[in-house]
Design a protein around this ligand. Structure first.
Ligand SMILES: Cc1ncc(COP(=O)(O)O)c(C=O)c1O
Ligand SMILES: N[C@@H](CCCC[NH3+])C(=O)O
Length: 416
């Protein structure tokens, strides 16, 4: 679905003009569409009808409580990577029994809390993590449900910083070592082997790498069965890409269908951990032009959002579309859109042909995933507000950070 459309000349989120949101809540502000989040989630669950499944939203992509709550109301599970994300999910009304716990560095406290609340599964990423989990579960007198995250060594054909399923990556257990680790897991008294898990990377735009990984996991499941270890669920992680510019990623329904065909006849529950494909195009970052600076070499639009608000362009040279909220007629100029931060890398877009004036509003598109969650307070900038639109209503779902709150926890040295 298209959450952000022009009505008249003005860009709207569902039924609300972005001009009205800027007037009410200021800028920079993240704006999300509830309907888009729901439709993207349902694309997975509808394609999974008739097949035992759990769709676990990857909380790292957007952890706002309202976003999590909207998904929890649809029966979503959640993929978490920290104690903090666990507490967020519970605070937002998510069910512990639908949580999968990923991540290479789970502390004993993380494990204890997850066992106490009863998560669905731990995605264990190393042999040493398995031993630690055994110890913590034994202390509590419980059995920990476990999948091993297997590194299938397939090339996801995405940006190197967001590839995770290659041998040289830090994630998961080498697929050749996996049978031995499974046998060890099956022998541990406080470990309950449940599944196999993988996640090969993010922003994948083709189905083939997913299916390559799936084939390798199915071969592993057969090897394990021959050794007496039964696997009940298959977790294929997240990774499905979205359209930022002209990419044509597969639709969630087509991807799920292809997976279902490959596992036909097997008694396996399917788990997915989508993040970006649920929320990226459900959000924009709304920002305002502070100055237009014309130099002999370049035209700059200095905007009130910066790399601290949205780091993807600086970190991955990610291309994000930028739309004027109310386009104006006139001469186009080639702008770099830069923030107020003292870094050359502080840009949100480069070489965009736009007709702009001071005070104009711009929407940085596809910013609902890995946007606010990766923001920081660099240059002592408060983080942006977050607003969720639901039909014709706009709700503030996170207040803009006040400057006082930025140094509230700091202390001066005692007076001499
Ligand atoms: C283990 C795991 N699961 C799920 C995701 C979500 O990925 P995506 O946002 O690409 O769907 C990630 C992030 O890449 C991840 O590391
Ligand atoms: N943060 C990245 C994706 C990393 C996914 C986390 N495993 C992005 O914005 O594209």
């Amino acid at each position: 679905m298209q959450a952000f459309t022009r009505q008249g000349n003005v860009l709207h989120a569902e039924g609300v003009a972005l001009t009205a949101i800027a007037a009410q809540f200021g800028t920079p502000t993240y704006v999300y569409s509830r309907a888009h989040i729901e439709a993207s989630f349902r694309a997975y669950t509808q394609a999974l009808e008739g097949c035992e499944h759990l769709v676990c939203f990857a909380v790292k992509a957007n952890s706002n409580l309202a976003v999590l709550n909207v998904l929890a109301q649809l029966g979503a599970g959640f993929d978490i990577v920290s104690r903090g994300e666990l507490e967020r999910v519970l605070a937002a009304g998510g069910q512990a029994s639908k949580i999968v716990f990923s991540g290479v560095g789970k502390s004993r406290d993380d494990m204890r809390r997850a066992l106490e609340v009863g998560v669905h599964c731990f995605n264990v990423e190393s042999d040493v993590e398995l031993e630690r989990l055994q110890e913590v579960a034994a202390e509590l007198g419980v059995k920990a449900p476990v999948s091993l995250r297997v590194n299938p060594d397939v090339n996801p054909k995405t940006h190197p910083y967001i590839s995770t399923g290659l041998k040289e990556n830090k994630f998961g257990i080498d697929i050749e070592q996996a049978p031995a680790v499974y046998l060890r897991a099956a022998s541990l008294p406080n470990i309950d082997v449940q599944g196999v898990d993988c996640h090969i990377g993010s922003q994948l735009t083709e189905i083939e790498p997913f299916l390559d990984a799936l084939d390798r996991l199915l071969a592993l499941i057969d090897t394990l069965a021959a050794q007496g270890v039964t696997i009940h669920h298959l977790d294929l992680g997240g990774g499905l890409g979205v359209q930022y510019r002209d990419e044509q990623p597969p639709l969630a329904g087509d991807y799920v269908q292809a997976v279902r065909e490959r596992i036909a006849g097997r008694n396996l529950k399917l788990v997915f951990e989508p993040g970006r494909s649920i929320v990226a195009n459900a959000g924009v970052l709304l920002t305002q032009v502070e100055f237009l600076k014309h130099t002999a070499h370049k035209d700059f639009a200095i905007i009130d959002a910066a790399m601290n608000d949205l780091i993807r362009p600086a970190l991955y040279q990610a291309w994000m579309d930028v739309q004027p909220v109310t386009p104006r007629d006139g001469e186009l100029r080639n702008y770099d859109l830069v923030g107020p931060i003292c870094e050359t890398g502080d840009f949100l877009a480069k070489n965009r042909d736009l007709c702009l004036a001071e005070g104009d509003l711009l929407a940085v598109c596809s910013a609902g995933a890995y946007g606010f969650v990766m923001s920081s307070n660099y240059n002592t900038r408060g983080r942006a507000a977050e607003v969720m639109v639901d039909g014709s209503n706009a709700h503030l779902v996170r207040e803009r950070e006040t400057l006082q709150s930025l140094f509230a926890g700091e202390r001066l040295l005692p007076a001499e």
